[in-house]
Design a protein around this ligand. Structure first.
Ligand code: ACM
Ligand code: ZN
Length: 509
């Protein structure tokens, strides 16, 4: 560390020593994601007060004026000199992003006789994408509030701004809904989980749900970190826990059980019954009351049509709506588009925007099989091209392909370590085959963690870290600012931070 006084006079250095006997430990601007611009000025700032007490913050609406509107909100500038730290942003959330960068730039840990020093620099930064998400499946396994908050802390450290919370599944309904108490009384408990290679289940019950009070607490906690919580109620498939609670929501009327098996199940919500649709809208009303988020995720994935094909209510609805098979679009797929659209419109009328999985629009063969409202954002999970097809079809879309961005190895992504990181690095969010206008409809990038094989917090963090670091660079950095060779030292710094925070990260990655 530079010590400007020390060589000048002995007295000065003695005074300095007696005032500040601590060993100086330098922070670093080698960060993940790397800020867009770091210009070091040769000075250094000794952090005597805990951040943010030592940081002067100011809002300046002109900052980032030349940037695209959606990026301005998170733009920030840090000026670190020998005299102090000034953090300037156009918005409060920009201040939060700057604070997160500062937190990362500091030494990962300090001993009692050590003090942090930051290299003087001007840092200017903003994200590439406005939508940078991580999804946690709390349906297959339930994670307690404290674990969810820890995940939110981890997202904040990675400059991620959307926490997509998957709250309903065949294997468990996790959100208290006052109008439908059986959803949690019945639907939040299952008798066991499948054992690979064996019939039946392990007989170990899995249960848990979030009360509305806990949800409000989590939403408020995330907001303090500049993170929006996007709830997902997965419709009309993956609804077996809801069916077990209210069998009249299904085509056959049941009885049903909360699933103790994984995969894609045939029993789904009946799209032809009025009261089923009413149930969906009622649930969404409570969801909107709990979650102030711009986006609400409506699922839409993996909904087999066998029950609908045989259901008089579904077939009558198809007839009433005049839905006719058209090329790759079956009448039942069009019924799903219609069903989703009722929920999309319900959100839209209340100034919310729906996200739906690509299944409603495009299938594994890359065929367009549905016609959902273009008000919905399509989350392309099957392949990168699923997202491209969505924007070509005139939708806004999100990129979250299973082979790249599903963090649970074994969920289609068995790559490890460098092979995995390179795979994420090679992902082209905006392929050349799209026009610039189409590219602008790709809102961002999402990583997903499904929890079939993730029963507890330790396993969750192990899967999440350090993979999330590579993902966050794809989300935050401009393509020209991302390079794999530079990633490895950045990753090492992140790993030191994970260790200092006591997070269970996987060193084999
Ligand atoms: C999904 O993986 N079924 C969205
Ligand atoms: Zn039906």
């Amino acid at each position: 560390m530079k010590h400007p006084v020390i060589g000048l006079c002995l007295l000065g250095s003695l005074i300095l020593f007696s005032c500040n006997p601590k060993t100086q430990v330098s922070g670093s601007w080698t960060l993940s994601p790397q800020p867009r611009s770091v210009v070091e000025n040769g000075e250094s700032y000794v952090v005597k007060k805990a951040l943010p007490a030592g940081v002067k913050t100011c809002l300046d609406a002109t900052l980032g004026q030349e940037l695209k509107p959606f990026q301005q909100a998170e733009c920030y500038r840090l000026d670190v000199t020998g005299k102090g730290i000034t953090l300037t942003a156009a918005t409060e959330v920009g201040i939060l992003r700057g604070m997160q960068t500062l937190e990362k730039a500091l030494p990962a840990s300090l001993g009692a006789d050590e003090v942090a020093v930051l290299p003087g620099a001007t840092v200017f930064d903003y994200p590439e994408f406005p939508y940078r998400a991580f999804m946690l499946d709390c349906g297959r396994h339930f994670f307690p509030v404290e674990t969810v908050k820890k995940v939110i802390d981890i997202l904040a450290l990675h400059q991620i701004n959307e926490f997509h919370w998957h709250l309903s599944e065949d294997q468990g309904w996790r959100l208290e809904i006052k109008k439908y108490p059986k959803l949690t009384e019945v639907g939040s408990w299952r008798a066991g989980s499948p054992v690979p290679g064996q019939k039946g289940h392990d007989g170990v019950p899995v249960s848990g749900f979030y009360t509305q009070e806990e949800v409000r607490d989590i939403v408020a906690y995330a907001a303090t970190k500049g993170i929006e919580v996007i709830p997902e109620i997965d419709l009309p498939g993956h609804m077996k826990a809801a069916l077990a609670s209210y069998p009249e929501l299904g085509c056959t009327g049941g009885p049903y059980e909360v699933a103790c098996e994984y995969g894609v199940l045939d029993d789904v919500l009946c799209a032809g019954r009025e009261h089923t649709l009413q149930f969906v809208l009622d649930v969404l009303d409570e969801v909107m009351d709990l979650f102030p988020s711009r986006y609400i995720h409506l699922g839409g994935d993996e909904c087999p049509k066998v029950r609908w094909e045989a259901c008089p209510h579904c077939q009558a609805k198809i007839k009433e709506l005049g839905l006719k098979a058209d090329g790759h679009k079956s009448a039942e797929e069009l019924l799903q588009s219609w069903f989703m659209d009722q929920a999309v419109a319900h959100l839209e009328a209340r100034d919310r925007r729906a996200i739906i999985w690509n299944d409603v629009l495009v299938d594994w063969s890359n065929e367009v099989i549905g016609a959902p409202s273009r008000k919905a954002v399509i989350a392309g999970w099957m392949r990168p091209v699923s997202t491209d097809i969505a924007v070509r079809e005139g939708y806004d879309a999100i990129l979250c392909p299973v082979g790249h961005l599903y963090l649970s190895a074994g969920d289609g992504n068995a790559l490890k370590g460098e092979a995995y990181f390179r795979r994420v690095y090679d992902l082209n969010v905006k392929p050349e085959g799209l026009t610039p206008k189409q590219q602008d409809h790709i809102l961002g990038v999402e990583a997903c963690l499904w929890s079939e094989r993730v029963p507890n917090e330790q396993d969750l963090l192990w899967k999440l870290l350090p993979r999330l670091a590579a993902v966050s660079e794809l989300q935050w950095s401009a393509p020209e600012g991302r390079n794999y060779e530079g990633f490895l030292p950045r990753l090492q710094r992140m790993e030191a931070l994970y260790t200092a925070r006591g997070w269970n990260w996987n060193p084999a990655e």
